[in-house]
Design a protein around this ligand. Structure first.
Ligand code: FE
Length: 144
């Protein structure tokens, strides 16, 4: 899983995700604030969809919003995430989903830092972190 264009089906996700990861990404639950493992995570690298492995956010766009959830000023690229209107819980919000597998990630708000003013408020449970390391093939070839 997580390689190529393959989008995992529901049975596979039930098997591979933790119940908490499944609840957030497929049932649109929200993790409790200040509970996520990636909230105070500051390593250089990328944040990937926990369901399909797509790159969602980069560490240089991450900032501390004080909200209790990992926050980003922008997605890794325009194609990384999709948004749609979410009127659940008597609120008018914009939901952020993985553009490849439709995993629920969180919401985006207009109270982020300048210049873009966006705050992508994302559940830690919807992502996994991938360290920024030179790809093996590339680093080795320079010594040959
Ligand atoms: Fe995904």
């Amino acid at each position: 899983m997580a390689e190529g264009d393959k989008t995992p089906d529901d049975a596979e996700l039930l098997r591979t995700l933790t119940p908490a990861q499944y609840a957030v990404t497929r049932l649109r639950a929200t993790e409790p604030p200040f509970s996520g493992e990636l909230l105070n995570h500051h390593e250089e690298g990328t944040y990937e969809c926990v369901c399909c492995g797509q790159t969602l956010f980069k560490s240089d766009a991450k900032y501390d919003s004080g909200s209790g959830w990992p926050s980003f000023v922008e997605p890794a690229s325009d194609e990384s995430v999709s948004t749609r209107s979410d009127t659940s819980h008597d609120m008018n919000r914009t939901e952020v989903i993985c553009s490849r597998c439709d995993a629920h990630l969180g919401h985006v708000f207009d109270d982020g830092p300048a210049p873009a003013g966006r705050r992508y408020c994302i559940n830690s449970l919807a992502m996994r972190f991938s360290c920024a390391q030179p790809q093996q093939g590339l680093s080795e070839s320079s010594n040959q």
